[in-house]
Design a protein around this ligand. Structure first.
Ligand SMILES: [Zn+2]
Length: 283
């Protein structure tokens, strides 16, 4: 069902990197006679290509970027049984969500990763910006010291965290972003007007997600939370971070590892995404 009909490449970025790499090599050769003898082989980073998935009838439709959290050397949380890590479950759910969205044909889909690789938060958000995405949905699995905590939570972008736990989660998810993601700089950027619009559109999307999910799978009490997630801020689109449940809870772990349960989650997410795109008529 999945056809790939769009690719974009940031060739200019790769060319610029080649010039820089060349300059560094010459600088090095100037200091070392041995290096001057070696051949001038410059290893180029591969050009950036974004795969866009869509049914033929979805040509020209809005693009939703799905971001499977963690990956590569960053496994995310480990489940209570010790048998599974967050990065694998987020990728499984992301692929299932992609497939159901493509099958339904109302939007197109891109993924920040489709294999087990490490990506910085800015690299993830950059996919949404390159594609002028209508929406950015980051998928995660929660973990808490309290083994009884369970259920899904939807976080939308805000300059003020809704509670201590939301603030702690954002701080931990922001760790991969480097010093720029310190609370202060996120907060100062959140003050401009564009940001206010992005925050309110993100809150609308999160409310729709909660609405479509209610009664179909376990939600946390007060499932819509707010926090200053760097990856959401940088997406330049309505953006939410969806924690599908707690893999630190034995019951949630069983559910989240079940393809049938994930299919229920993916369908609810897909319906909320489509409703949001239709309501906002973005792009
Ligand atoms: Zn996570």
């Amino acid at each position: 069902m999945i056809s790939e009909f769009g690719k974009r490449g940031a060739i200019a970025g790769a060319a610029a990197a080649a010039v820089v790499a060349g300059a560094l090599l010459f600088a090095f050769a100037g200091r070392s006679g041995a290096a001057a003898q070696s051949s001038l082989t410059v290893r180029l980073p591969p050009p950036v290509t974004d795969t866009i998935y869509g049914a033929p009838e979805a040509r020209g439709r809005p693009i939703v970027v799905i971001d499977p959290g963690h990956g590569g050397r960053d496994p995310g949380a480990t489940s209570v049984s010790g048998q599974v890590v967050e990065k694998d479950l987020t990728l499984a759910l992301a692929r299932e969500l992609r497939d159901v969205l493509v099958q339904r044909g109302r939007v197109r889909v891109a993924m920040t990763r489709n294999d087990d690789r490490y990506l910085g938060l800015d690299e993830r958000a950059a996919v949404a910006r390159r594609l002028n995405a209508a929406m950015f949905v980051s998928l995660h699995m929660d973990s808490a010291p309290n083994p009884l905590a369970r259920g899904a939570t939807v976080y939308s972008l805000s300059d003020v965290a809704s509670d201590e736990e939301a603030a702690r989660l954002a701080a931990s998810e922001n760790r991969g972003a480097g010093s720029d993601a310190s609370d202060g700089s996120v907060q100062s950027m959140l003050s401009d007007l564009a940001m206010q619009g992005q925050m309110s559109a993100s809150a609308d999307l999160a409310a729709r997600l909660v609405q479509k999910s209610a009664g179909r799978f376990e939600l946390r009490p007060n499932p819509h939370q707010f926090a200053s997630f760097w990856v959401l801020r940088r997406a330049d689109a309505p953006a939410v971070l969806f924690e599908a449940g707690y893999i630190s809870n034995a019951d949630d772990e069983v559910l989240l590892r079940s393809p049938e349960q994930r299919a229920r989650i993916a369908l609810a997410l897909a319906q909320a995404i489509e409703t949001d795109v239709a309501a906002g008529a973005r792009h």
